[in-house]
Design a protein around this ligand. Structure first.
Ligand code: SME
Length: 159
């Protein structure tokens, strides 16, 4: 675990929301989602791995990701894992210590905490942003606020 990795600041969150629009620049669908995960992973040191899953029937399917390694969890049944729980509940989940959460499905040995933010369209969950952190308690209410704003920006570009 890398100690003292810089967490998101309010100033950076504001700046990133502006940069997100130009990073996506007219793209839609998968190319837009690829740009979003790349921007988040490369800009915020505490965001060790960033993925976007899409709802496909009763499953979440990994669509775009950015980070040091691919995950084996490319398809997660809704209701399973932290990802599946957040999709079912339609609410953001923050896990400050994945080692203490029985729902957690492990992807990377380095992961210590996780945030999952649903992406909604017309009141239904169409996907989610999943971020792993290599430090304990990497995500605060600021990350929640920021990523929920990102999810609202991503939703109209979905199809
Ligand atoms: N940890 C997740 C699985 C996805 S990986 O983090 C990329 C979960 O518990 O649902």
């Amino acid at each position: 675990m890398k100690a003292n990795v810089t967490r998101l600041s309010r100033e950076q969150a504001k700046e990133l929301l502006v940069r997100l629009d130009s990073a996506v620049s007219g793209a839609r669908g998968k190319p837009a989602r690829e740009s979003v995960v790349k921007l988040l992973n490369s800009s915020v040191p505490s965001y060790s791995w960033v993925g976007i899953y899409m709802v496909e029937g009763k499953d979440l399917v990994l669509d775009a990701w950015s980070g040091p390694a691919v995950t084996e969890h490319t398809r997660i049944p809704i209701g399973q894992g932290v990802c599946g729980f957040a999709a079912k509940a339609g609410k953001t989940e923050i896990v400050s210590d994945v080692g203490k959460d029985p729902r957690y499905l492990q992807c990377f040995l380095s992961t210590k905490s996780e945030i999952v933010v649903p992406i909604l369209s017309q009141g239904s969950v169409v996907g989610e942003i999943d971020i792993d952190g290599d430090q304990l308690d990497a995500f605060s209410s600021l990350d929640r606020e920021f990523l929920e704003a990102v999810a609202r920006k991503v939703s109209p570009l979905w199809a």
